[in-house]
Design a protein around this ligand. Structure first.
Ligand SMILES: NC(=O)c1ccc[n+]([C@@H]2O[C@H](COP(=O)([O-])OP(=O)(O)OC[C@H]3O[C@@H](n4cnc5c(N)ncnc54)[C@H](O)[C@@H]3O)[C@@H](O)[C@H]2O)c1
Length: 313
């Protein structure tokens, strides 16, 4: 199948591209390399360095004529969304609308677009199901929620099936450990340098950590799913891509010590304002509709992640 991957030079994108190529698909990557890295690019995929908002994108998509699109390109930093909400909204909301329109015009059969647990904000009940209250706590969460609505607006009732995947906290090889990278990447990088990881608060806060290999498996299962993914109703095309498990940062540190053999100190700082205390997303809808569930245990995923970070020299 011909598959367009936007954001294919990023963390989740590059892991997705490798898996698509290994499964025999033909891949075009569109990425502006704003946070992605050229080292992450697979030479067997076609690559165009372009902003998804560039006017050239629709004709490029039309020429490639993808059967499926995995849309991962985004302004993915919460902090950057606060400092420049206009850019965040342009890339995440308008960018998604344009990719959807370009895909439909090019005859794509299905578009899977990356959304986020950030659309929910502070949870009322855990684990969160797709229909839970949406109360984004950042411009990033709001732009992802708007992107979901625009995707539906462009594609509902057309020949292009679609879904928004609300990823929980994804971790794994090739995650960026600088800036706002995920906590597993940041801790792995600190432990690799024999520097103490820093915990905000008492470490009892919990998150739903999902291994990138499981996320990639969800994307591959979704592009091949025989039944439509865009179910009717407001959250019909939305799917939590998560484990449903809550892991505290303290538990995470313990598992990472086992993987890395780092037994040095851990630093603590006061909790960050606005951080959600507990989060977990119920993934059962994805299983019911297209038969996917996460199957990499946290200890196994952390060990694979550690091996990658340790090999970075
Ligand atoms: N990593 C997570 O835990 C997580 C959680 C929830 C949602 N997501 C979403 O998953 C997707 C992938 O995230 P990631 O963690 O791999 O982040 P990433 O920053 O590694 O990847 C994003 C990629 O998109 C590219 N990009 C950004 N703006 C672009 C633009 N305007 N035009 C073209 N390319 C552009 C970047 O260069 C990068 O390669 C994003 O949509 C993100 O919001 C990630």
């Amino acid at each position: 199948m011909r598959v367009l991957v936007t954001g294919g030079a990023g963390f989740i994108g590059s892991n997705t591209v490798f898996a698509l190529l290994a499964a025999g698909h033909q891949v075009l990557v569109i990425d502006d390399l704003s946070t992605g890295r050229s080292d992450n690019l697979n030479p067997r995929a076609e690559f165009r360095r372009l902003d998804i908002l560039d006017d050239e994108v629709p004709s490029l998509v039309a020429d490639f004529a993808p059967e499926a699109i995995v849309h991962l390109a985004a302004q993915a930093s919460v902090a950057a969304s606060v400092s420049d909400p206009e850019r965040d909204r342009a890339v995440n909301a308008e960018g998604t609308r344009r990719i959807a329109a370009a895909g439909r015009a090019a005859g794509a059969r299905r578009i899977i677009s990356a959304s986020s647990a950030a659309v929910y904000g502070e949870p009322e009940h855990i684990p969160l199901t797709e229909t839970a209250r949406k109360s984004p706590a950042s411009p990033y969460g709001a732009s992802k929620l708007e992107a979901e609505a625009l995707l539906a607006e462009e594609l509902a009732g057309t020949g292009t099936d679609f879904a928004s995947f609300r990823f929980a906290n994804v971790y794994g090889p090739r995650q960026d450990a600088t800036g706002e990278g995920g906590v597993v990447a940041i801790f792995s990088d600190r432990m690799r340098r024999n520097e103490p990881p820093v915990i905000f608060g008492d470490g009892t806060q919990t998150r739903d950590f999902i291994y990138v290999g499981d996320v990639v498996a969800a994307l591959l299962a979704a592009i091949d799913a025989p039944a439509p993914l865009a179910k009717p109703g407001p959250d019909g095309p939305a799917y939590n891509i998560s484990t449903g498990q809550r892991t505290s940062v303290n538990q995470l540190i313990m598992s990472m010590r086992a993987a890395s053999r780092y037994f040095g100190p851990v630093e603590t700082l006061p909790p960050r304002e606005g951080d959600i205390l507990h989060s977990a997303l119920d993934p059962s809808k994805a299983y019911d509709v297209f038969g996917w569930r996460a199957n990499v245990e946290l200890d196994t995923g952390l060990a694979m992640t550690w091996r990658w970070f340790a090999a970075q020299g």
